[in-house]
Design a protein around this ligand. Structure first.
Ligand code: SF4
Ligand code: ZN
Length: 269
């Protein structure tokens, strides 16, 4: 099945409607560019959001690529400037959090939590019904393995091309239309369509545990990665799942599993 057919099949599976108002999280990379490109091509109502992390030249290149893509396709783009909204660049926020937690929390863990928090808040404020991200099959297989290695496989049981088991009026449902597409296929598609994309990796991703798992998976053929996902999905219904009870964070008011959300927990210095 080619990439476009797989993409459409996933949208059908998650019952995405043309009435949905979708905010696409655009990083400047190939995955979110292909996600925005195809949702637009297939006639969905989308706008883009870019979180500008203010990480020097890399951030500038990412912004320029997104701006070009959105202008070419006529997609409205929202930009969330981390420095303006939160007072500092992501590099500064990260080092402050790391010195508080004695360096135990890795770059991507901090950045990822903050970006998720921002996306939900922005999407709700702008009244979007869905948030689309560019996660591909390789990302998802990495997550399954990380959760197995860390003994928290129940976390993967709720993952899928659409968020499951979370129902809360302040939580915006997230979708991943490239969930079943291999990273190599996304890369080839972006090149074939000549999409403006930054192919370089984020310069701050150097110390992530995920990188180690990604390097390990590099030697695994695509077919085997698809098998890992297929077999995990067979196993997944047997893993006990419960509906996730949502509270509202006592500090910021955003939806949270605990009394204080992960972002506020990290940032309370
Ligand atoms: S790779 Fe890590 S540090 Fe870089 S933008 Fe993504 S989450 Fe943030
Ligand atoms: Zn909070």
């Amino acid at each position: 099945m080619n990439l476009e057919m797989q993409f459409k099949k996933t949208l059908k599976e998650i019952r995405l409607s043309k009435k949905d108002k979708i905010l696409v999280a655009m990083s400047g990379g190939k995955d979110s560019a292909v996600t925005a490109y195809l949702l637009h091509k297939f006639g969905y109502d989308i706008e883009g959001v870019h979180i500008d992390l203010k990480m020097g030249k890399y951030s500038k290149d990412c912004y320029n690529a997104i701006k070009t893509l959105c202008e070419n396709l006529g997609i409205n783009l929202h930009v969330y400037d981390v420095k303006k909204e939160m007072g500092s660049s992501m590099c500064y926020i990260r080092s402050a959090v790391q010195s508080k937690h004695k360096g135990k929390i890795k770059n991507c863990a901090i950045c990822g939590v903050i970006k998720k928090w921002i996306l939900n808040k922005v999407a709700r404020k702008l009244r979007f019904s869905k948030i689309a991200t560019g996660h591909n099959l390789d990302d998802e297989v990495q997550t399954i393995l990380i959760n197995i290695f860390k003994g928290s496989i129940d976390l993967s049981a709720t993952s899928g091309p659409i968020t499951k088991n979370i129902k809360d009026k302040k939580f915006i449902t997230r979708i991943k239309p490239l969930f079943y597409v291999l990273e190599d296929d996304v890369r080839n598609y972006a090149k074939k369509k000549k999409l403006p994309v930054v192919f370089d990796k984020c310069p701050c991703a150097i110390d992530s545990y995920r990188i180690q798992v990604r390097n390990f998976l590099e030697k695994v053929p695509g077919k085997e990665k698809q098998n890992i996902m297929k077999n995990f999905e067979k196993l997944s219904p047997k893993i006990k799942k419960k509906n996730i009870e949502m509270n509202y964070c006592e500090v910021c008011g955003e939806p949270s599993r605990g009394k204080i959300c992960k972002k506020c927990e990290l940032m309370q210095i």
